[in-house]
Design a protein around this ligand. Structure first.
Ligand SMILES: Cc1ncc(COP(=O)(O)O)c(C=O)c1O
Length: 381
């Protein structure tokens, strides 16, 4: 086993915080009260919409709430089918159940690991109301093909760009392709507010409805506390918005560093055959939220075992997402049973994939150590 001198555990993810973030948050906690309570929300939302090239952005407590609001604002309700890729975090799918919808799990593309447009087409029925393509691990699916299918069948698109701020498809930013786009600013994300999220859209009707639903069903600016509907309370704090704004003002260097970290891994693992890292098509800019490795099944090592052995080297890894149709939460659904038979790529790739440490504070030396440990485990050195 590799015996490099590593004193501390290498975490799977984490942010890059500078004095700018500390200054903005300090200013928010000092000044963003009373008539200035929303000053950082306004700046963060405006800058975010501009960065993405969209008309509207609403800051929220999480990406999960952004998906929930998107479904509600797009009129998805009980009995409506919504298609998600089988490989994603459960947050992409859980809000479908919140609105009483039926979750349909489509297969992924073997290269991008994102939603396959062919599988999407195959899953559409007269009950399909929306699709939630996911920009997995910072990569993007073929958004042209997905939008063509969605347009042809008249279904809404909610682009889950939780993991992909700064990614691009044909020069257009992740999150700007659908009826809505949604982002996560969880502590593990490239841009973080600790916890937080954003809903973006070019549709004024969706924007207005979302603003109304996220504030207990009252009109923005309502001072009479006169609610028209029972709805939700989905807001982030000024301190989070200030942190988000500071991070957004540094987005180019955050993304560049994510790409640099991936390049370190790519270089160190270049000599390993039968190991696939994140793919970047010529049409895509991948921001590599999580550097991920799929080992060939011929190595005879599962992701669980691989994680166990990496853990012994003080290296934190995560399993490549399990197909949602395979986890206990969806065990008894008829749609999950069908997905288990249909989604060959998801079931072929997932058992052999792990996410490698990708935190923004990782050093080249630590990446080298992780790669040496991985190679050792795979008996290559
Ligand atoms: C693909 C995807 N969608 C949605 C979410 C949910 O984000 P949040 O934790 O901000 O609700 C995540 C978070 O990890 C995610 O990775």
């Amino acid at each position: 086993m590799y015996k490099g001198l590593i004193m501390e555990r290498i975490p799977i993810s984490g942010p890059w915080i500078t004095q700018k973030e500390i200054d903005y948050v300090t200013d928010a906690v000092t000044n963003a009260w009373y008539s200035k309570a929303n000053m950082y929300h306004e700046r963060f939302e405006k800058a975010f919409a501009e960065y993405l090239g969209v008309r509207f952005a609403i800051s929220l407590p999480s990406c999960t709430s952004a998906i929930h609001l998107s479904l509600l604002a797009l009129g998805v309700g009980p009995g409506d089918e919504v298609i998600v890729p089988d490989i994603t975090w459960i947050a992409s799918a859980a809000p479908i159940a919140y609105v009483g919808g039926i979750t349909v799990f489509a297969d992924i593309d073997p290269k991008t690991w994102c939603l396959s447009s062919e599988s999407l087409e195959e899953c559409i029925t007269p009950k399909t109301k929306a699709v939630i393509p996911v920009d997995l691990y910072g990569n993007m699916p073929d958004m042209d093909a997905i939008n063509d299918v969605a347009k042809h069948h008249g279904i809404a698109v909610i682009e889950d760009a939780a993991e992909a701020i700064g990614s691009e498809f044909k020069g257009k930013k992740a999150g700007s392709f659908g009826d809505t786009g949604v982002f996560s600013f969880h502590g593990s994300k490239t841009l973080t507010t600790g916890e937080g999220g954003m809903l973006v859209t070019n549709r004024e009707d969706v924007y207005r409805r979302s603003l109304f639903l996220r504030d207990h069903g009252r009109r923005p600016g309502d001072k009479m506390f006169f609610n028209a509907e029972v709805a939700y309370k989905y807001k982030m704090s000024s301190m989070q918005a200030a942190l988000g704004l500071a991070q957004l003002e540094r987005i180019e260097e955050l993304v560049a560093h994510k790409r640099r970290i991936f390049a370190w891994y790519e270089e160190e693992l270049a000599d390993v055959d039968r190991l696939a890292l994140n793919y970047e098509s010529p049409e895509t800019k991948n921001t590599y939220w999580m550097v991920s490795a799929i080992v060939d099944r011929q190595f005879g090592i599962s992701k669980e075992r691989l994680m166990e052995l990496m853990d012994k080297q003080n290296i934190d890894c995560r399993p490549f997402f399990h197909p949602l149709s395979s986890i206990p939460a969806y065990q008894n659904l008829e749609q999950a049973r069908q997905a288990r038979e249909r989604n060959k790529n998801a079931y072929k790739i997932s058992p052999y994939g792990i996410n490698l440490p990708s935190g923004l504070n990782i050093t080249k030396e630590k990446v080298d150590y992780v790669c040496k440990a991985l190679k050792e485990i795979l008996h290559l050195q």
